[in-house]
Design a protein around this ligand. Structure first.
Ligand code: GLY
Length: 388
């Protein structure tokens, strides 16, 4: 039996777990990450839209502030990662165009524009013709759109690889095993036992296991985070040099009421996503999911059918009851959360790293003021009432 002792154990080596570990190690904390395949998780599937404005949802204005704060960190964050590792994250300041296909879609986008404007966000309304001037391969039927110059993209797989390397270089110990159970003694979490038998003792344990965070053995039921998996199916296509430039920016669309997005990368990859399905932990790619994505994308950009389809994949977004992240201390001493990021995990990675580093190193363990609305315990009272 191996034993390992650290200031901080992070359960989950996805981008949220890795950024937490990297930032903690940079602040001088001895840190380990437990994950059988670090650098994987939902980010391996995600498209990497950094679309705080284009993906704005009604009722999520508080989350918008955190999303914008994280988007603003991206240039320095990716520059720091690249300088530390020599790896490129694929951060691309290309802007986003959100378009509408029929009259109802156009009305929906007009409402979104009014909402964005009421919040002081920058988004420019364009006619269908102006949309096609920007992106000539859009279908003639496109009725109008929103040009959002501040919404960019990153390549989540490259981001994960860079975070993994940065964490290692900062001294983070990678424990390539699943967690068998979290260990508690005298009403505090003391670390975890891994599936390979390693016993990890830690002053603080951070649960950053994405959609698995709500079912980690050993965590008392009333402390387990209320996180549910939301499945997203996604496709990857390749733009041959003969077809470039295919799209010059991210294109999002409402196509007869359903949402689809196309994220073109500089390396010729085109990511097409994504479904949103609540079917538990199932990650099957279905004919129906692929059909719907291709059908909608084809209505939007007919030339898509000529491109080689290179990958179909499904992943699980970790969603909290209000779709915003759960950060910081739980009711159980020694246990913290960094999970529940739902549709915004990639976008929120830089700010999550900063928040968690602050919580892990401050005397009080409080969240910084800008993240105060995203405390890990904000659903605890309601859950206790439900169990009484
Ligand atoms: N933010 C894009 C998605 O979750 O599909």
């Amino acid at each position: 039996m191996h034993t390992s002792k650290h200031d901080v154990l992070v359960i989950g080596g996805g981008i949220i777990g890795l950024v937490t570990a990297w930032r903690a190690a940079q602040r001088g904390l001895s840190t380990a990450v437990a994950d059988p395949a670090p650098g994987g998780g939902a980010a391996h599937v995600a498209a990497g839209m950094l679309a705080a404005v284009t993906e704005l949802q009604y009722g999520e204005q508080t989350l918008l502030d955190l999303n914008l704060a994280s988007a603003a960190r991206y240039p320095d964050f990716t520059a720091e990662l690249s300088a530390a590792t020599g790896l490129d994250t694929g951060y691309r300041r290309c802007g986003t165009l959100a378009v509408a296909l029929d009259a109802d879609d156009r009305a929906q986008l007009r409402d979104l524009h009014a909402f964005q404007t009421s919040l002081g966000l920058e988004a420019q309304w364009l006619s269908g013709r102006d949309c096609r001037r920007l992106e000539p391969l859009l279908a003639p039927g496109v009725r109008g759109g929103l040009r959002v110059e501040g919404d960019h993209q990153v390549d989540p797989r490259r981001l994960a690889a860079a975070l993994l390397r940065a964490a290692e270089l900062a001294g983070v110990r990678l424990l390539r095993s699943a967690v068998a159970r979290v260990e508690c003694a005298a009403d505090r979490v003391t670390g975890a036992v891994l599936a390979d038998g390693t016993v990890v003792a830690a002053g603080r344990t951070v649960l950053a296991a994405g959609s698995e965070s709500g079912r980690i053995a050993g965590v008392p039921a009333d402390v387990l985070p209320p996180v549910r998996p939301v499945k997203g199916q996604i496709l990857r296509l390749r733009i041959p040099p003969t077809h470039a430039p295919f799209l010059s920016r991210t294109v999002r669309a409402v196509v007869r009421g359903s949402h689809v997005y196309l994220v073109p990368r500089e390396n010729g990859e085109l990511v097409l996503g994504a479904t949103s399905e609540e079917f538990g932990w199932d990650t099957t790619v279905t004919a129906g999911g692929v059909y719907e994505l291709l059908r909608d994308a084809h209505e939007l950009v007919p030339g898509i059918t000529e491109l080689p389809l290179t990958e179909t994949l499904a992943g699980l977004r970790p969603a909290s009851p209000d779709n915003a992240p759960l950060l910081g201390r739980t009711a159980l001493d020694g246990l913290l959360l960094a999970t529940g990021h739902h549709r915004n995990g990639v976008l929120l990675t830089p700010v999550t790293g900063d928040v968690m580093a602050e919580v892990l190193t401050s005397d009080t363990g409080e969240l910084p003021a800008y993240a105060g609305a995203f405390g890990a315990q904000r659903f605890a009272a309601a859950r206790q009432e439900q169990t009484v």
